[in-house]
Design a protein around this ligand. Structure first.
Ligand SMILES: [Zn+2]
Length: 503
């Protein structure tokens, strides 16, 4: 039990996700303290997300396999034992800490998550060979479901992100009401799944006092790229290329792109080849198991194949789109500069493929030329201005964003009338909410648990968090100076805009 949690209030602590310079390993703790009928303080604790920190190599522990947030104190028997783990969505930086805890012999509280998230978790449990009797209890939740845990109630709110069943949570206690957004943008054009439930958020506008917000995309102005814009861009590029064979590599963990690329092919009556690495097929199978039936959607209009078998490919009349995760173009496609065109939908992942295209003189376009190709799962500045406009001046508590970006954002926040938390929260600090009042009650140095496997058992080693920029594979992409300059420009733009309105 943390001695800082000793008054009535709703407490919040980032255990990962508010890192110094990188953004992964998300994990947040909420503890509600109320006075019960006997006049005693009663604690209820839940955890939201349990991800892995991507850049574990930079923490400098030999033979490390991962790094995870430290929730050991919340798993031990005591006043602060977590009663539930809620998952916002299926991405590794929000989910993959779970298996390492199980591998280290811990038992986890019941897990509440969307159907697709639990499918991905099941897949992980299998991959890590976790025995059935060690599996945590899992319960599927849907948009609008309310789960009561002790003195808190947690309502799932659909969120537009890059995978199915992404949620934010409305966390209500007698002490305050928090909207924990999870990864999300305001986009009502999602395919085959519910968009961010703005209607529900508007209904709760007088109740929501704090927004624990995904600030990943705060650096970009306007609204985040909408799925329909990505779709339209793909259609127009394929059309304009006038080529018969189109290559569209997609990120394995972003199922929305599999679907958008498929729909673009369908619109232009091009056959589809799903082609990629084992990771790609794992996710593709999950998408189909989830209920997306590509053959049914295709009807008689196009053929869909799931191999790059020469004979199968030959049946496609040299008119197809290759959707998948690949870094070379298979010989089976007979691709050349005359008949082929590439559309690269992510900035770094597919670099070797660019080389392969160049070697065959195949023309291609990338996200550098058309940013909307990447799609985007996180709100931009405009999304958060909008959210602020439909709520009643809640306190915004940024997460999922390097601390220096948030510090640079302060002046801009003031300009747009956003009530940003007074000091940027760092991992391991504890804040207490009472209504819309928010105070920091504890700051301890942040740490990670580095995971080392020996004989199929996970050993956890405590390492203090340090700046890890430029090390490992996940390099810092925004410089401090450029970030500040960009925000100054937005401030200028807003002020000019206001001037014009007044005139
Ligand atoms: Zn995500």
């Amino acid at each position: 039990m943390s001695s800082a949690i000793n008054h009535i209030g709703l407490y919040w602590q980032a255990l990962g996700g508010n890192n110094i310079d990188q953004i992964s390993g998300h994990c947040y703790r909420y503890t509600d303290v109320i006075e019960n009928r006997k006049g005693m303080l009663e604690h209820t604790t839940i955890i939201v997300d349990l991800g892995k920190f991507d850049n574990h190599q930079a923490l400098g522990v030999k033979n490390s396999s991962a790094a995870i947030p430290d929730i050991r104190g919340l798993l031990a028997e005591g006043v602060d034992t977590a009663k539930a783990l809620f998952l916002t969505h299926s991405h590794p930086d929000h989910l993959n800490g779970i298996v390492h805890y199980l591998k280290a012999g811990y038992r986890l509280p019941p897990i509440y998550a969307g159907k697709y998230t639990l499918m991905i978790l099941d897949d992980l449990l299998e991959e890590y060979k976790i025995l059935a009797n060690r599996h945590p209890k899992c319960k599927i939740i849907n948009d609008g479901d309310i789960v009561k845990i002790g003195s808190m109630s947690i309502e799932a709110v659909a969120a537009s992100h890059t995978c199915f069943d992404s949620f934010g949570f409305i966390i209500k206690s007698p002490n305050s009401v928090v909207y924990h957004t999870g990864d999300m943008k305001i986009d009502s054009s999602t395919y085959f799944r519910k968009p961010t439930n703005i209607r529900r958020i508007k209904q709760l506008k007088n109740e929501i006092k704090c927004v624990v917000a995904d600030f990943y995309g705060i650096y970009d102005d306007g609204f985040a790229v909408k799925e329909v814009d990505t779709f339209k861009k793909l259609v127009s590029l394929i059309k304009k290329s006038k080529k018969n064979k189109i290559f569209i590599p997609v990120y394995p963990t972003h199922p929305e792109m599999y679907i958008i690329a498929f729909l673009a092919a369908l619109k232009l009556k091009k056959n589809v080849i799903f082609f990629g690495n084992p990771d790609f097929y794992t996710y593709l199978n999950l998408i189909m198991e989830y209920g997306i039936d590509f053959n049914r959607i295709a009807g008689n209009r196009i053929k869909v194949i799931y191999t790059h078998d020469r004979e199968e490919v030959a049946k496609l009349d040299n008119n197809f789109v290759v959707i998948g995760t690949y870094n070379h173009v298979s010989l089976a496609f007979d691709a050349n500069s005359q008949n082929s065109f590439g559309i690269i939908t992510a900035s770094t992942f597919f670099n070797p493929l660019k080389g392969a295209f160049n070697a065959h003189n195949i023309r291609f376009i990338s996200v550098d030329d058309a940013p909307e190709l990447q799609g985007f799962g996180h709100g931009f500045l405009g999304d958060y201005e909008y959210l602020n406009s439909i709520l009643e001046h809640p306190i915004f508590i940024p997460t999922h964003c390097p601390v220096f970006v948030i510090d640079n954002f302060r002046e801009l926040a003031k300009t747009i009338g956003m009530n940003l938390i007074g000091k940027t929260p760092l991992n391991n600090e504890i804040f207490r909410f009472n209504g819309s009042e928010c105070v920091k009650v504890q700051s301890l140095p942040a740490k990670w648990l580095v995971v080392i496997y020996n004989d199929d058992f996970a050993y956890l080693k405590e390492v203090f968090q340090c700046a890890t920029s430029g090390m490992g594979f996940l390099k810092r992409t925004i410089s401090n100076r450029r970030c500040l300059k960009r925000f100054k420009m937005y401030i200028h733009k807003r002020k000019m805009g206001n001037g014009i309105k007044k005139a």
